[in-house]
Design a protein. Structure first.
Length: 167
């Protein structure tokens, strides 16, 4: 019986050693794969939450699309001298003024650029008030910096310093 017991113990020990050498690496691979899977699921959940937050913010911005369009027209991306000249010339003519001189004095600023303009307009005072009202109510943002006027040859001469902006 002792021989039989020794054989059983040796077989049991061999089975344990064989089990550990064959099963333990597979078990370790299984545990590692589970941890990688948990990490990837956490990463996926994080990205899903991130993209849903972006989509929520995008939906909020969609509500303000008309306001953003107004801001974009008030402070446009591109600056075009001919377009601005045409606007000022047309507005002056529509309000009963004659544009006698227009000078672009320069562009200053890094992100938001300020364009300084000097205008010389001729006409009566009510037309000048209408011109100021028109540029104040325009979609583009104008800032009046200075106004000087004189009376010559039966009409007022208005020297106007204005600024507009773009980015």
């Amino acid at each position: 019986m002792p021989t039989r017991l020794i054989i059983i113990v040796l077989m049991f020990a061999a089975a344990l050693v064989g089990g550990f050498t064959l099963v333990l690496p597979k078990y370790q691979d299984f545990v590692y794969t589970q941890s990688v899977l948990a990490q990837k699921e956490e990463e996926l959940n994080s990205k899903t939450a991130y993209y849903s937050k972006i989509q929520e913010i995008w939906g909020e911005l969609e509500k303000y699309q008309d306001v953003l369009a107004k801001i974009d027209s008030a402070v446009p991306n591109d600056f075009s001298i001919p377009v601005l000249f045409n606007y000022l010339q047309t507005t002056a003519g529509d309000t009963g003024l004659i544009m006698e001189n227009l000078t672009f004095e320069g562009v200053a600023g890094n992100k938001v650029k300020e364009i300084s303009i000097r205008l010389q307009l001729a006409g009566d005072y009510s037309s000048f008030k209408n011109f100021l009202s028109a540029i104040e109510n325009s979609a583009r943002f104008f800032k009046v910096g200075s106004i000087n006027f004189s009376f010559s040859k039966g009409k007022f001469i208005f020297n106007l310093g204005i600024s507009t902006y773009n980015y």
